[in-house]
Design a protein around this ligand. Sequence first.
Ligand code: SF4
Length: 385
Amino acid sequence: MKHVNKKIKVAFPHMGTIYVAWEMALKTMGIEPYIPPYTSKKTLSLGTKNSPEAICLPYKLILGNFIEAIEGGADYVSMITSPGICRLGEYGKNIEQVLKELGYKANYIELSLYDGFRGMIDYLVRLSGSKNYFKMFNAIYLGIRTVFAVDELQSFLSYHRARETNKGDSEKAFNKAIKLIRQAKNAKELSKALKQGLSLISNVEIDKEKDVLHVDLTGEIYIVNDEFSNQNMERELGAMGVQVRRSLTISSFLKDAIIPKIFKKGETHLERAYRLAKPYLMRDIGGDALECISDVMYAKERNIDGLIHVSPFTCMPEIMSQNIFPKMREDVNLPILTLIMDEQTGKAGYVTRLEAFVDLMKRKKMKSQIKNKPNNTENKTAQKV
Ligand code: SF4
């Protein structure tokens, strides 16, 4: 690719807070990141209008993000690709073609994550024209560290949001923490920003004694991590006193896809998936299905109150998971809610389903607490017998 002296503006899809890491890596390389407007109904409508009807929701949102970015002045649009059994492998070529057909002049560039560090270096060389490997390693390192920092803040947010005294305080603190992370320019500043961010969230007034429910959120990774496409489910659940743990995070994905083994501690998500998904699913069938099946067993192992599975309409691997869940539900006695998201999903009906699910988990928890009380007469009789 030819590089002129003008600073190029590079855009990327939103997918929740992943833009923070893209921004960090590109800025470190001296490239100007272009952050498209956060995904909105307009983004979705732009994407839907220019997509095949049956394609999955993330494709439509990514395309919408790109159209808005190009119209806003981005010179390059870049996205992560990977080979795979599902449609993800086709996303890139299709999007590139559609943008051309629509007459947009911006360049399209892919980052192949499954090529590990080599793929990232290759991406940065193509984008910057630079051969400064020290700078590139630093950019990748900071980008990855940012992903981990944001995920840590996210999980801290979930703990506090379920217990906060004033609704919305934890999220305000979280947003301030993200601002601090975005201002960091090197590893030292990033660590400091994370520390300050965690402290901002922990200063929020909470009721530590509150009896909260614990839910694992699993499903297709884009929908799990993107508030727009999952209709900010974690906020809704937090307001109902539910602490949500994302089973699929960008950091867990990076651990499996690119971080070398010597830098990893303990079992990764994918390793656990191969261990726990059997006998329900014996091999990887694409997308995140294997991880989702194993997440049910992992939730059961930790005695979690329930599991929510979110997936885009027509997502092939997740249709398979949803067909396995009924049998798992019987075997593990765990409340599982499956939600399919698309551009038609209405907020009210979906919140009602969440409320009903929370009620179900509460009743189940209460029953088991009564059953396990030491002065329970049934227990006493059982002990005597
Ligand atoms: S995992 Fe599902 S939503 Fe994601 S690209 Fe594949 S088919 Fe589409």
